[in-house]
Every structure is written in structure tokens, then in C-alpha cells.
Design a binder for this molecule. Sequence first.
Ligand code: PLP
Length: 367
Amino acid sequence: MIPFLDLNQINAPHLEAIEQASLRVLRSGWYILGNELKAFENAFAAYCQAQYCVGVANGLDAITLILKSFDFPQGSEIIVPANTYIASVLPVSYLHLTPVLVEPDAYTMLINPSLIEASITPRTKAIITVDLYGRSCEMEEIMDIANRHGLKVITDAAQAHGARYRQKKVGSIAHATAFSFYPTKNLGALGDAGAITTNDKALAERVTYLRNYGSKVRYKNDYQGVNSRLDEIQAAILNVKLPYLDADNQRRKDIAQRYLSNIKMPNLTLPPADRIQDDAWHLFVVRHPQREKLVSYLERQGIQTNIHYPLPIHKQAAYKDLEHLTLPITEQIHSEVISLPLHPMLTDQEVSTMIDALNTFICNDHD
Ligand SMILES: *Cc1c(COP(=O)(O)O)cnc(C)c1O
């Protein structure tokens, strides 16, 4: 059986270092907002080529606190991709702003820049770009649109640690970028964690207040903040794992390259291969018109797959107010996508097994 992802396997190379780091925090007697977090924030800012990094409790809060810090009037419109995980959109609704869903490009599956401009109204205040599956959006075009219309750009990079757009690192391009260190991400903690990166000093300062009750000096509260701090123990674990992120991402790229050059299966659409070295390959998402058939075939071959995501946001019970929307590209993507196993611990043999299984699917298609 080739599991889709096994977190024991992912963390196995770091077990001893994680034990030592955890013990160090345990014995320090200091568990929140301390030196481990400071060290991680500095290291992750440098990694992203951003001036500031502020650790928060998770990726959802990272997006929420960025949006909150802009203090847009209620009812402002925020452009979001229709093809994304629900966490990209929930912060907009939570802050009483209005999400405006924009269709993706059918090929990249990322927000289509040429449709963004048509969705801008006098109420539009920001664009949330999501670097879904590990690939950066078309940031040159999007930043240009935003600058022309005076909009903020927030990137949800929960799936794109280490990705690049042209020469720039994700985390240094948008006005602010949100990261998640959920255990399954390219850089994962052993629990929840997240971060915000930005080159905007005032914004970094505001989210630093907001994550800690709107306070910088104890019992002096300047804003109505929340409790969204990145624990010392998670920061210590992230300090252990960050130095291996580039090597892990390189392994992901090598596997993606093998899939892209060797999978020759009729009716299967492979992900874009034009930026292999720039993409972070969080997921390897293929498309097939008879998805359920392919999924059960792979299951019989001992290959576990996943679907990111089975139901678009405007079809979710949580978003009944968006159910009138027709978003054909998004809907088609959701009915066809399959994520193949792709992580740094896969062996060459396992990758070959998966390629062979896919390339022989046609023979077994008739049973
Ligand atoms: C994982 C993820 C999030 C949310 O991160 P959490 O840390 O679980 O809150 C947001 N957006 C995308 C695209 C994600 O994949």
C-alpha cells in the first residue's frame, strides 16, 4: 500500500532533533511568545526574502488578521478564487466583508487575472490570491491590476512554502502573505501554526498587536485583538525543520518531473509543467473525466489518492448565499481532480509503481 501521506514517515528524519527541541522548551519554563518564536520569525522572514514575519496560531488566522489589520469598511468586496480551500474565503465572511468569487484559468487552476479586472467595482478593496497546489499565481499581472485600482493583495500561501514567481520568493510579493504550518503542509509543525510575512512595517506591527489581544505591553490594549499566538514548542519544531525545506521541495520537484515525463495516459490531464523548478509541488493534481473509476482502480493497485477538493465553496451548505452562482470551470475542476501521492519520502520504486499503474489503466478500463 502506498499511502497518500504518512506523517510518521515525514517526521521520522527529525525525531531526535524534535525531541531535543521540545525538551529545551519544556525545561525553559517559557511557553508562549519567547525566543523560539523570535528565532523562527527571523529565519522564516529571511527564507521568504521578506522584511517581516509574524507567527500566528494557524493559516486561517493569518489570513483573518491580515484582512482585519486593513480595517476595510463592512460590505467591502474582496476578490477571491472560486477554486480554493474554504479557509481562503471564511475570513472574508467572518469580518462582514463580501467575497467575490472569480473563476480560475482552466489550465493552471489558479485565479484568472484577466477575469479579476472585470470583477472590480467601486466597493472592491482587495484581492486574495491562493497559490493552490504549490504554484504561485500570475503575480506580475495581479499586482499591476491592484496598483492601478488601489487594491491590496493578500496571498494565501498555505500550500506554497518556498515557491517562486520569476525571481521572487512567495511571501515577498503580495502586500501580505499568509502561511499555514498544519502538519501536512510542505513545512509542517506537530499541531497548528501559521505566519504572516510582509514588507510593510506598519502592517507587521498591527498584526503583532492583533495576535496578542491587541497588546504589546502587558495589560495595555491598543486594539480589539484576538488570541492567535504560535506556541514556543511548535516554533522550536519549525526551527528544526525549516533548514530541510529546500531539500524536501527539491525532492518533490524531482518526483513531479518524473510523473510529468513518464505518465502517458489517455484522457488524463497533467498539471502545468512550465515552471517545475519554481513551483513548490504541495500536491500533484491530475484530472480525469471518469474520476471515480480511476480512484477505485488505483485503490485496487494499492495506491491511495485524495481529492482537493470534492465540493466547491459555492456548493457548500456553509455558503448557501452563493449557491446561485454558476462557475463552470470551477465546477468541472472539482468533478475531475485527483491528487496523487507526492511527498519527499516517496521512494523511486514507489514513484515507478504509480507511473506503471497509471499507464496500464486503459487495459483495465473495461472490467
Ligand atoms: C491549509 C490551508 C489553509 C488553512 O490553514 P490552517 O493552518 O489549517 O488554518 C488555508 N488555505 C489553504 C489553501 C490551505 O491549504
